[in-house]
Ligand binder design. Structure first.
Ligand code: 13P
Length: 253
């Protein structure tokens, strides 16, 4: 693996200031696992506070508007996120696609704007169970990516892909390691075609969907799995750190 494993906690619509102690505990413990890159994406309301607590981990956001500042009530743009301390943004999460009707074209515009604003991007993709059962998971996911990948010369350090099968999110059900390996290999081929193999090698492909301390080691040891995007299990320092430890052990193995 070209880069350190990347373990990112997506707090989704969870967390008040009472959660700052969990963020602090995650940050302090992450300092003992320097072979792993650890990051948290709290809700907007906590970004600045978590940033102030953090000495080691990266802080990011869960979405941003594609435009610059202006008349967009309720929205937040990339420069505001940077100002609050965010270094990256998760874009194209299936919950945004489903709850807010986000299209690949909109997601592409958000990515270009976030990169322009100096943020790193985690681009999410993933199929529904119906699509998988129809045997169309690979073509669907690659279609999402083809329509939303940014047109940049050098995606290294700036772009991460997260494969999150929708049926595995928050369900306790994970994809089989074989399914993950096959999908990640297809995504890697697309990245190679798009950016050239040498440049694309530094783009990590994360897996997301019911990752827990108990299953993390197996998933993180699989080829082309560059880390995990973690929802529920990132809400407590104890379970999130169990995944960080598993990533560190998988790296040593
Ligand atoms: P869970 O880990 O709760 O399944 O969520 C995964 C996810 O959607 C992370 O972005």
């Amino acid at each position: 693996m070209a880069e350190r494993p990347y373990i990112v906690g997506n707090w989704k619509m969870n967390g008040t200031r009472a959660m700052l102690s969990e963020a602090r505990a995650i940050d302090r413990a992450a300092q003992r696992y320097m072979k792993v890159e650890v990051a948290l994406a709290p809700p907007y309301t906590l970004i600045h506070a978590v940033h102030r607590e953090a000495e080691q981990i990266g802080i990011g956001a869960q979405d941003c508007h594609p435009g610059e500042e202006g008349a967009h009530t309720g929205d937040i743009c990339a420069t505001m996120l940077s100002d609050a301390g965010a270094k990256f943004v998760i874009l194209g999460h299936s919950e945004r696609r489903q709850d807010h009707g986000e299209s690949n074209e909109l997601i592409n515009a958000k990515i270009e704007s976030a990169l322009e604003g100096g943020l790193r991007v985690i681009l999410c993709c993933g199929e529904t169970l119906d699509t998988r059962d129809a045997g169309e998971a690979e073509s669907f996911v690659l279609g999402q990516l083809k329509a939303s990948l940014p047109s940049i010369e050098d995606p290294a350090e700036r772009l991460t892909i997260a494969y999150e099968p929708i049926w595995a999110i928050g369900t306790g059900r994970t994809a089989t390691v074989d399914d993950v390996v096959a999908m990640h290999a297809s995504i890697r081929r697309l990245l190679d075609e798009t950016y050239g193999a040498e440049t694309s090698a530094a783009v990590r492909i994360l897996y997301g969907g019911s990752v827990k301390p108990e299953n993390a080691r197996e998933i993180l040891s699989a080829p082309e799995v560059g880390g995990a995007l973690v929802g529920g299990a990132s809400l407590s320092a104890e379970s999130f750190l169990g995944i960080v430890v598993a990533a560190s052990e998988a790296e040593d193995a």
